[in-house]
Ligand binder design. Structure first.
Ligand code: SAH
Ligand code: SF4
Ligand code: F3S
Length: 469
């Protein structure tokens, strides 16, 4: 669930108080910033993209790896200059790092005025007022219910083409390496009707793509406001009138058959046959699944508490390809988890080879305080070994990505143009159904157009071609 690096905010000049937001981490955080935007706009704020003109600066932070937090600490150092220029400037740290460190953050970083966790955003206007009264302000309470369901996100980084729609919050999985269950709390699903309504509004406003977001979208479950009934499997839940992820996906796909639907992230243990069947049935559901394996060694997967084996993962992968041969599958891999041996590492490489992932996000294990791994295991793989294994993993993935991209040469792909190419303003960039990046000469086309592109050459990260009828 990756997100762009920075938010581009519209410039508006009025007398309202100016809010500047920077988002870090996963797409959920970028989506949350749009909810924060909506809440703050209701309370007399508007956005500025000039941090030196801001009355309030929010950093919406990530805590997934130590370097994510380091980035925020560096950023806070820089913000000292802003505070020198404007003594009334209010600085808030929001999101996962705020939730992890709680009041410690106020003690450690004197510059920070507000600390607010992911379930406390409705409280932000009050927290700002508290600071204006001369106090520091904090709310890091996690909720079992909060989904911000009825809040219509203020589309901040909008290209007017593609929008994130959050469908659930939190995570109940407890992978032993992961801080998310501690920073985002228990899993809860958002009212299905409010999701479909939001998608309708986006469709009516001309958006061409929605990306349904959750840490584990496949365990989406909504009971329509009725009493919560325990059930054994997806079939039974449908009987009980519950909306499972396959049902939701179908409801969303039916809003507008021209609108592309994507979703992220899927936990291999939870993606169901029903979800795959719905994907196959609807042309507008993009044929791409982000299915993080994390490791190819069953022993390590067990230590990670991922609840599947190497073979189980490979069987799931094979089933997806059997049903939808054109479906791309991407992966997350962690190198150097506690006790990982050279053999475990080789097992990861061989799983990657066997699955031929179209692309992957790859990381060195970073111990997170409070997680099961931090409490019960030793972070015993030396840093340089983590690094050299990661290099091998990245090298293999690049080779496979290039081979996969080369297979497109001479073929025509349907692309939704979503941006101007970073390399040349004469080119547009977009994605095909499989989520590969495609670059082509702009010609008379514009962002938001669907075009057919004949692929002529490729790199490890992009397909490059010309528009054909
Ligand atoms: N919910 C998603 C992942 C969210 S975090 C899922 O389960 O797939 C995104 C990725 O960050 C994870 O898939 C994992 O590969 C990586 N990650 C999480 N914790 C990490 C840690 N402590 N060190 C290194 N990478 C980590
Ligand atoms: Fe973290 Fe695992 Fe939940 Fe993903 S499924 S957010 S890796 S605990
Ligand atoms: Fe996302 Fe980072 Fe939090 S990955 S859920 S912002 S810890």
């Amino acid at each position: 669930m990756q997100a762009p690096d920075t938010i581009i905010q519209p410039i508006v000049e009025t007398n309202l108080r100016q809010l500047y937001i920077e988002s870090y981490g996963c797409a959920m955080n970028f989506s949350d910033s749009e909810i924060i935007g909506s809440i703050m706009a209701e309370h007399g704020f508007e956005f500025t993209n000039d941090e030196f003109n801001a009355d309030v600066i929010f950093l919406n932070t990530c805590a997934i790896r130590d370097n994510a937090e380091q980035k925020i600490r560096d950023r806070l150092k820089h913000l000292r200059g802003n505070k020198k220029q404007n003594k009334d400037l209010i600085i808030g740290v929001l999101g996962c790092m705020a939730e992890r460190l709680k009041s410690k953050l106020l003690e450690e970083e004197k510059l920070v005025d507000i600390v607010a966790g992911p379930d406390a955003y409705r409280d932000l206007p009050k927290l700002v007022a508290q600071v204006e009264d001369g106090n520091k302000a904090i709310n890091v309470l996690l909720s079992r219910e909060e989904t911000y369901a009825e809040i219509s996100p203020l589309r901040l980084n909008t290209n007017g083409v593609s929008a994130f729609v959050s469908i659930m919050r939190g995570c109940d999985n407890m992978c032993s390496f992961c801080v998310v269950p501690f920073t985002r709390g228990r899993e809860r699903s958002r009212d299905a009707e409010s999701i479909v309504n939001e998608v309708k509004i986006l469709s009516d406003s001309g958006y061409k793509e929605v990306i349904l977001l959750g840490q584990n979208v496949d365990s989406y479950l909504w009971f329509g406001g009725g009493p919560k009934v325990e059930f054994k499997n997806a079939e039974e839940s449908v009987k009980q009138n519950a909306v499972t992820f396959d049902k939701l996906l179908e409801m969303v796909a039916l809003v507008n058959p021209e609108m592309r639907i994507r979703f992220s992230t899927s936990h291999p243990k939870d993606i169901s046959e029903e979800v795959l069947q719905v994907m196959k049935k609807y042309d507008n559901i993009c044929k791409h699944i982000h299915l993080p394996a994390q490791s190819g060694s069953t022993r390590i997967l067990e230590a990670m508490n991922r609840t599947y084996t190497r073979e189980w993962y490979m069987a799931k992968h094979a089933r997806i390809k059997e049903l939808m041969p054109e479906c791309s599958i991407s992966c997350d891999i962690i190198s150097g988890f506690c006790t990982e041996t050279e053999q475990d590492h080789q097992d990861t490489l061989s799983l990657m080879e066997a699955c031929q992932f179209e692309f992957s996000y790859m990381y060195k294990y970073s111990e997170r305080p409070g997680t099961l791994a931090a409490k019960k295991m030793t972070d015993d793989v030396p840093e340089e070994v983590k690094g050299s294994r990661l290099t091998e993993i990245i090298h293999l993935q690049s080779k496979m990505s290039l081979a996969n991209n080369k297979s497109y040469i001479g073929k025509t792909v349907r692309v939704l143009a979503d941006s101007v190419s970073k390399k040349s303003e004469n080119d547009l960039a977009g994605r095909n159904d499989q989520n590969s990046k495609v670059v082509f000469p702009k010609g008379q086309y514009k962002i938001g157009d669907f075009v057919n592109v004949l692929i002529e050459r490729v790199t490890t990260t992009s397909l490059i071609g010309i528009v054909v009828p």
